[in-house]
Design a binder for this molecule. Sequence first.
Ligand code: PGA
Ligand code: ZN
Length: 424
Amino acid sequence: MLKISSVKAIQVFDSRGIPTISCKIVLENGISASAIVPSGASTGSKEAFELRDNDNNYHGKSVLNAVNNVNEKLSHLIIGKDPNDQQTIDELLISFDNTNDKSDIGANAILSVSLASAHIAAKANDIPLYQHFSKVYSDITGTNVEPSMPMPMFNILNGGEHADNNIDIQEFMIIPSNAENFAQAMQWGTEIYHSLKKILQSKKYSTAVGDEGGFAPSLKSNEEALKLIIHAIKDSNLEPGTDIHIALDCAASEFFDGKKYILEDGNKNLSSQEFADYLYDLTQKYPITSIEDGMHENDISGWKILTEKLGSKCQLVGDDLFVTNEKILRNGIDQKIANSILIKYNQVGTITETMQTINCAGENKFKSIISHRSGETEDTTISDLSVGLGIGQIKSGAPCRSDRVAKYNRLLWIEEESNNILLK
Ligand code: PGA
Ligand code: ZN
């Protein structure tokens, strides 16, 4: 049995220069491991609560109260416990906070301990983190999983909340569907990214990048973005619709006024039906196989229209819609909306709850996609989570900026060291 001897958190910084929490756990035998919590910008309203100080420091964004909650409160719960038992650790953390949304202690405080606990267990057992996650998943859900490499979704053009431009759709992603392995997917993704950069330069567009490393030029329309991506795919000697497919994250909650979808593109004010038709038309013209948050998280009738119209031909992903929450996902499944879920562990707050949501998705034939947040760090836990659970898909931004590329680089090492794990 392993035994935790100390739990210590400090305030560190994410890719936007905003404070976040890093937690280090030390075992009685002296081995230590740490993890860092990410943070979103276009957040769903039902996400677990991210505790920030809201005082005069760091524009209100510091997390020193959450750090103190780890050091003064959660550490006492966890010291002496065995990190092999992730579920017990997480249940102790969850029950210490009396609220449904973890707003007492802070989901960021709780998650930092949950993640560090998984890291220390893997390290002490001298196994890769992804193998540890496979074991934890079967302990928690009773379902055995085979590790496999995920298909990456590279966000190469940014709009919405992640960029200061006039594109409504937050993320335009490429999926190297025909790649034989992860390394080839990476090669295709980076080649297209650099082809796109050359095209933007030739058209005198900015090549400054948004929060997730994708370019954020001031384009005239959402369709212009799609045309540029098709151009970049062809310039890389790849075939759109065969080698490469396109995924969108509309993050539609950000441009819905309660009744209409307000698009800067052509100054359109669209009803849910009209916006569903708009997305449908895009899928007819371009090889789009995945659309995330195609409707506002509370526009359930809009989600029904979209799912009826596109659900059989397109992956419809709930991010702000489901916020990695099993209860909210079950509700959506009952209502027959969407067919896939984005998984971000800081939306719910622990590894255990994240795995329970993934299991619920699988049991209901929903696909899962492991995701970074727009505020990220050098932490690569999501790479191992995607492999260990055989999830099949990961989105971690552009193949640019170390906060994004760190996840892809970790996946390249996993593929190298376990060459029997195939791309799904
Ligand atoms: P967020 O963006 O991390 O700012 O929420 C990512 C996404 O919407 O998928
Ligand atoms: Zn999203």
